[in-house]
Design a protein around this ligand. Sequence first.
Ligand SMILES: NC(=O)c1ccc[n+]([C@@H]2O[C@H](COP(=O)([O-])OP(=O)(O)OC[C@H]3O[C@@H](n4cnc5c(N)ncnc54)[C@H](OP(=O)(O)O)[C@@H]3O)[C@@H](O)[C@H]2O)c1
Length: 337
Amino acid sequence: MRTREFAGTRVGAVGLGCMGMSWAYSASERDDDASVALIRTALDLGVTFLDTAQIYGVGHNETLVGRALAGRRDGVVVATKTGLVATPSDTGQAAIGRDARPETVKRSAEDSLRRLGTDAIDLYYLHRIDPDVPLAESWGALAELVAEGKVRRLGLSEVTVAQAAEAHAIHPVAAVQSELSLWTRDALGAPGGHAGGGADAVAAESEVGDVVGWCAGHGAAFVPFSPLGRGFLTGTVTSADFEATDFRAANPRFQRDALAANLRIVDRVRAVADRHGATPAQVAIAWTLAQGDHVLPIPGTKKERYLRDNAGAADLDLTTADLAELDEVPAATGSRY
Ligand SMILES: NC(=O)c1ccc[n+]([C@@H]2O[C@H](COP(=O)([O-])OP(=O)(O)OC[C@H]3O[C@@H](n4cnc5c(N)ncnc54)[C@H](OP(=O)(O)O)[C@@H]3O)[C@@H](O)[C@H]2O)c1
């Protein structure tokens, strides 16, 4: 697989998001042993940039990654995240809240190190800024973890350019991870149509700014999450018939009428894919790679055939004409959260 630079080392241009192995999509298809084997197959393919978080399955996903990395740690960049916590709610279903107090961040790092079975986390993200804690306090605690040798680099997720700059002035931002895909372009500072902020967005789209460009200018990687539009852009999601616990069951873009309207986007992606003998998934990932050499997408999957498909995107070069065509896909119907 082609490689790209991350913080002075080379990683596979296409990474792996591990979230879905523990959380969010099609729960009935989860299989821990298969997930561990999948991560090891990924490493065999050169997919060496792994993404997890404390909140994914509340420790479960980090444990899976730790199992997969036993004896395979060298040459892998492991990223995890802190700052989101699961709190019990009246409904019995855990609610997700933000907690990025210094003491929580420090404790969470110790737990992540133990679950990952590693001496140091290569890339540690603040998953979300906590509105009740000044960014300088959360980021300062993270910087102390770097000084202590428990963490190698720091990242932010779903932030504005102004927030990234504020953190960078305290300690270098090595990566920003935000949603970026053919149907969610906020991080490019995209005007209007393609953005889609939503209630959970950290900032209105007008405030986000060109985060991808900011990263390029400040030596940071930009890591697109959900580059496949949570599976939609692959063309395999054609009905709104999700398992009750699936994140998409309540997501505006995946409700029946919105989903039907959004299939026009997939038609356009498939047209480009057909010209290259590629899959829509590969085009969706290649489009993110085309946004800059510092971009490291992390498509998520539980299935080996999808893993291999996604890895193949590293070798797909989209033409200027392809990119222009993909810029003209219809705007998504429905907000992203
Ligand atoms: N920082 C954040 O706030 C944040 C938020 C969301 C996600 N993330 C990270 O980003 C990673 C990727 O995002 P994501 O998992 O939300 O969405 P995604 O990568 O856009 O899509 C994942 C979905 O696409 C399906 N899929 C994957 N490859 C496919 C292929 N080649 N053909 C057909 N379907 C395919 C998967 O199915 P199967 O599951 O059946 O394989 C899954 O349902 C996550 O794993 C996580 O690490 C971060």
